[in-house]
Design a protein around this ligand. Structure first.
Ligand code: GDD
Ligand code: MG
Length: 344
């Protein structure tokens, strides 16, 4: 899945050039390329698909020349992740109705690749044999309101658990309670299911969407025009709100992956080197006084910067925009960007 615009990551991530197509951590591969590198160790490239907005099809092809061109699928509108999951499941069903698929966000950092591959193999094993919707679960480290929270039924000695409750993006107070209880995992947003199970879930929980998508013939000449006709009618909802929160057959595999959704400035802050005052800055000409816990990114690294008395802030400067915001408010950047659109 590579169709988001990463607006919590503005102004580095923009509608024209979203974060999944950028080398955010400076490691030489973009986020989507890293996602491909990781999963291609398990899945042949002919079986790897990218689903993104049609605006990013060319960019995806450019960055992933290994993948057959027809496997890069463009959506006419941004409808969030339920629609793109159903679209993709329908295309795969046409090739093999018994297939088991893994759904991966294109913007995650996973440091422990061997653990990831091992857990994914277990997930494939479970999802190919059972009517399970499988997700990977991460031990939460902070009351982040940008994630899904999973409560599960503990079973001694098992490597996977039945999910009791799934709460997508709770408010801070609830996230805090979940964290303190020690009973919850974060949803990593990586899903594994067989085509029949996910179709069944859509029939149960998003039947209207299922109806719309049934009108099209997949992998046919008419697919594109049919998709163009149905998309405006399709509900805009995430797979988490639409399916995972409601389904009764969700299972979680806890996994220590060195995982991070590089979705916010705080997550980048946590995953980059910091100076002795905890400032994540990579600038040639920087002087800091009484300042700590900041993340500062400038497009022009040659600019001289002086900060005095700044604590726990995000400062990002590009050609077109300057953002200055407390780190604690990083989830609000999405709203700021919306406000900016109406302001223009
Ligand atoms: N094709 C397509 N179309 N892709 C999309 C769309 C869309 O309309 N919207 C988002 N995506 C892609 C994004 O590019 C990203 O790779 C992935 O789908 C997930 O979307 P996000 O917008 O990043 O979701 P999130 O981070 O708020 O929440 C999800 O991930 C969290 C963990 O990172 C949920 O699954 C949470 O429960 C989870 O904790
Ligand atoms: Mg995300």
């Amino acid at each position: 899945m590579a169709g988001g615009i990463g607006s919590r990551f503005w102004p580095m991530s923009t509608q024209k050039f979203p974060k999944q197509f950028q080398d955010i951590l400076g490691v030489g591969r973009t986020m989507i390329q890293q996602t491909y590198d990781r999963i291609s160790k398990l899945i042949p490239k002919e079986h790897i698909f990218v689903i993104t907005n049609k605006e990013y099809v060319a960019l995806s092809q450019q960055q992933l020349p290994e993948i057959p061109e027809e496997n890069i699928v463009g959506e006419p509108l941004m409808k969030n992740t339920a629609a793109c999951n159903l679209y993709m499941a329908n295309k795969i069903a046409e090739i093999n109705p018994d297939a088991t698929m893994i759904v991966l966000p294109a913007d995650h950092l996973i440091l422990k690749e061997d653990v990831f591959l091992e857990k994914v193999e277990l997930a494939f094993d479970l999802a190919s044999k059972h009517d399970y919707l499988v997700t990977l679960g991460i031990t939460p480290t902070r009351p982040d309101t940008g994630y899904g929270y999973i409560q599960f039924v503990e079973k001694k000695g098992s490597e996977y658990f039945k999910v009791k409750t799934f709460t997508e993006k709770p408010i801070l107070e609830i996230a805090q309670n979940f964290l303190e209880s020690g009973d919850f995992l974060w949803n990593a947003g990586i899903f594994i299911w067989n085509i029949k199970s996910i179709h069944h879930a859509f029939e149960m929980y998003l039947p209207e969407m299922m109806q719309h998508f049934m009108a099209c013939e997949y992998n046919s000449e008419n697919e594109n025009s049919c998709i163009e006709t149905i998309y405006p009618k399709v509900q805009k909802i995430s797979i988490d709100n639409g399916i995972l929160e409601k389904a009764k057959n969700v299972y979680v595999i806890p996994a220590i992956l060195g995982w991070s959704d590089l979705g916010t400035w705080t997550s980048v802050y946590e995953n980059t080197d910091k100076d002795e005052n905890g400032n994540a800055v990579k600038l040639k000409h920087l002087l800091t006084y009484n300042s700590k816990g900041n993340i500062i990114r400038l497009k022009n690294n040659n600019k001289a910067v002086i900060i005095d008395g700044l604590e726990n802030y995000i400062v990002v400067d590009t050609d077109k925009a300057l953002l200055i915001c407390p780190r604690d408010n990083d989830q609000l950047i999405k709203d700021y960007v919306l406000d900016l659109k109406s302001f223009k």
